[in-house]
Structures are given as C-alpha cells and as structure tokens.
Design a protein around this ligand. Sequence first.
Ligand SMILES: Nc1ncnc2c1ncn2[C@@H]1O[C@H](COP(=O)(O)OP(=O)(O)OP(=O)(O)O)[C@@H](O)[C@H]1O
Ligand SMILES: Nc1ncnc2c1ncn2[C@@H]1O[C@H](COP(=O)(O)OP(=O)(O)OP(=O)(O)O)[C@@H](O)[C@H]1O
Ligand SMILES: [Mg+2]
Ligand SMILES: [Mg+2]
Lengths: 225, 225
Amino acid sequence: MITLKSISKRYEMGSVTVVALHGINLHVDPGEFVVVLGPSGSGKSTLLNMISALDSPTEGTVIVNGQDVTDARQGEKFAFRRHTIGFIFQTFNLFPSLTARENVQFAVDLRRRRNGDSVAEEVLESVGLGPRMDHFPHELSGGEQQRVAIARALATGNPVLLADEPTGELDFRTGVQILELLEAQAQEGKAVLVVTHNREISRIADRVIELGSGEIVSDGPPWEG
Amino acid sequence: MITLKSISKRYEMGSVTVVALHGINLHVDPGEFVVVLGPSGSGKSTLLNMISALDSPTEGTVIVNGQDVTDARQGEKFAFRRHTIGFIFQTFNLFPSLTARENVQFAVDLRRRRNGDSVAEEVLESVGLGPRMDHFPHELSGGEQQRVAIARALATGNPVLLADEPTGELDFRTGVQILELLEAQAQEGKAVLVVTHNREISRIADRVIELGSGEIVSDGPPWEG
Ligand SMILES: Nc1ncnc2c1ncn2[C@@H]1O[C@H](COP(=O)(O)OP(=O)(O)OP(=O)(O)O)[C@@H](O)[C@H]1O
Ligand SMILES: Nc1ncnc2c1ncn2[C@@H]1O[C@H](COP(=O)(O)OP(=O)(O)OP(=O)(O)O)[C@@H](O)[C@H]1O
Ligand SMILES: [Mg+2]
Ligand SMILES: [Mg+2]
C-alpha cells in the first residue's frame, strides 16, 4: 500500500541546509498498524507529508496504493489525496466557519458519498462528540477540536490513514478510545500510520519505526519494555 | 498571587447551556509549581482564561498579584496581562510573519526592556532552538513551534506563568527539559500553573489539582503512585 524508496528531504535556507529526512526506505501493507516514534524535529511530520504528497521529496520515489505520486502535478496530487488518504494534522486544520458536523461532511462530500449526513453523525458519535456536532471549532476545547479532526479523517473511508499526534491533546482514557478506533480501521484492511512521541501508544501497534535526525534507526515489533 | 472565589463559567448556546467551570475556589502562592490535570473538556483551558482575564467568569471574583480583574475594562486587562502574565497557549499563537527571534522579542518589547535582543537569544538557546532563531513558524516542526511559544512566555519575566499543555507536542526528553525550566521559574518566586493530562508531569509539581466536568475534584501533593 505504501512504498518509499531512498527518500531524502532537504530545506535550503540561505547558507544553512536543514536535512529533514535522509535515505528513508519504507513499505507498509494494507491492514498494518504502524507507529512512528521520534524526538521533536526528527522528521515525523515530514514523513507523513511525503506519503500524502503534501510535499515533494528532494530525492527518491513515493508509491501509494499502486500510484507513483513523486512527480505528479498538483491536480493529480489533490485527486490522489481525496480518494486515498485520510489525514489527521498535528494542528487540526479545521474550517473555523463550519460546525463540527459540517467539517466532517465536507470531507465526506469530497468522496461524493450519498449518505454524507449519516456518516458524519456516526463518526462524531464514535469520538464522543454527539452533543457538540453543531458547535464551531472556537466553541470546543483543544481535545474536542482534535477529535473533530479525527472524525473527519475516519469519515473519508480512504484506504490509507495518516495521523500526526492524534492524542497529543487528549487525556489517557479519551486517547485509548481513539486508538481503538484507528486499530479497528487497520483490522478492516486500511494501512494506518500514527506519528507520536507517546511510547504507551506504540505498545498496541503491529510495528514501531523509530526516527532520529531524519533517518530510520529501528523498525520492528513494539518493545515489551 | 492568584485567588479565585466561587468562579463559574457557562456558555449559553441556544437551548443548550454548557457549564465549563462551576464553583471554583483556588489560591496559588508565589513560588508554587501547580499542575492541573483533567480529561478533555473538563475546563482546564477555561480556568487559565479566567486567571489571565482573557475571558470573564459568569460568577465569582478573580484577584491576581493583588489586582481584582473580574470587571476590569479591556484596556486594563491588556496592561494587566502585559505586566503580570506569561502565557503558553495550547495552540501556540505565534505570529506567522515573524521569525522565532522576533516572536520572542515582541513579548520582551511589550515590557520595554532595554536588553530585548540578548534576552530573546538566551531564552531560545535555553529551549534548544539556538540554530533556528531566524526561521519562521512554518519552517519549524510542531514541537519546535511549541518551544518558541514557551520561550516567549519565559522572556516576559512576569510574576505569573500559565502553561496550557506545554509538552503536548514534545518527546519525553525534550519535555523534561522544558519542565525543568518552568520549575526553575517557580524557584525564582513566580507562581507557575501547568495544565496537562500527562500524569508523569504531575510528579514534579508541588501541588496537583484534578478537574472533572468543571469542578475541582482533588487538590494536594502529587500521588506517589
Ligand atoms: N466558546 C465556547 N463556547 C461554548 N462552549 C465552550 C467554549 N469554550 C469552551 N467550551 C466548552 O467548555 C468545556 C471546557 O472547555 P476547556 O477548553 O476548558 O476544556 P479543556 O479541559 O481545556 O479540554 P482539552 O484537554 O480538550 O483542551 C468544554 O466542554 C468546551 O466544549
Ligand atoms: N518548511 C521548512 N523549512 C525548513 N525546515 C523545515 C521545514 N519543515 C520542517 N523543517 C525542519 O525539518 C525537521 C523535521 O521537521 P518535522 O516537522 O518533520 O519534525 P517532527 O518530527 O514532526 O517534530 P515534532 O515532534 O516537533 O512535530 C525539523 O528540524 C524542522 O525544523
Ligand atoms: Mg511534527
Ligand atoms: Mg484545553
């Protein structure tokens, strides 16, 4: 489902070159629940930006769901994301002028599904926001906004689910509920990649990839430790 | 330093009333390092908004650093925040068109300190962002942006420091470094209040306040558990 070959990403900033990723080879099968761990600035968000074609690599190849998106044009990348990727951003990226329900419906509409309304309601219930569907992002707490962003990605029904710190703003109990939802998506055959620095989360994954200064330092089953 | 008397905060949303806080009595002395724990939506950010006069209570009184700010006018609240409060927001709130250094200088300039430049540099070094001072927020990772927001609050030198999830985007090691900085501020005599749902953090506090559905459910030394 996801294949990255020798991916590097560098940012040239005047005389300074920032290496965000270097020599990344990665393959994720459908149905796999993978956690990516790493310190702040180690390249986690950049990795998700490569897989979702939100940003282009400096070197290497990105193939997702059989499609090579490395050099795709903007229009192709937009269509690819719409049909293939469900993304939970680190900064939520909700539309402030839409309610929780409308934010989720917008994502579902993108896939032109007939049952947009009921899907949006179902997913918002599943993240514990049933009573708050018609409230706006500024009327919700930080964790509640994050849960709207999670519901939006789940509602797309897309085969690849990318989550950047999906429980950063949530308490342990609420966080566990969200992880169970993501795990269920993997069991339905989606490829699920969760970026986090919370080691508790890595225990439930099938595989844990550790990033350090832009390189994969380990890749295997979660530590029992 | 901080005194809240019978604080309640309600939001009327058509036929629904959301109770964010109810009957909160709280006193924090200078030099105290207090952690506020609680699930998503339990009222943590609302509590900080009351103390910093960013929002007004529905009932009750707010007195900080000897000043009753409950019914203060906008201009008085602005001056109060500028001289009394250092705030680390849950959503960072950096100025996107200013570099990391300029974001911090802006906060220091507000206090009209002569040494604005060197203070900004010192604080950014202390959060590990020395080499990235002249980069813009969109050129930094989530955790790096959070560290700029932390540096900005530290740079004010104000007597009350409020932090909403200061380590939510940081790995454990970077998070510990930040907590040590906040603890050092308390030892210098500032009143420090850190909102989080990370129980590890509560171990290093002097006091842990647990919030549940807008009420204080416990207040005492950290659990040894
Ligand atoms: N402007 C608003 N209008 C309506 N309800 C609001 C508003 N701001 C906050 N609330 C509600 O008040 C309650 C407390 O919100 P608050 O932001 O204080 O929670 P929190 O403990 O900080 O949660 P989190 O851990 O998710 O950030 C929540 O149910 C929230 O939806
Ligand atoms: N547009 C950009 N310009 C310059 N450098 C960038 C840019 N985006 C990211 N970087 C740098 O690339 C490195 C990796 O960033 P990335 O956002 O992937 O980190 P991360 O692992 O997600 O960190 P965090 O846990 O703090 O979110 C960082 O050093 C960051 O400053
Ligand atoms: Mg990131
Ligand atoms: Mg909050």
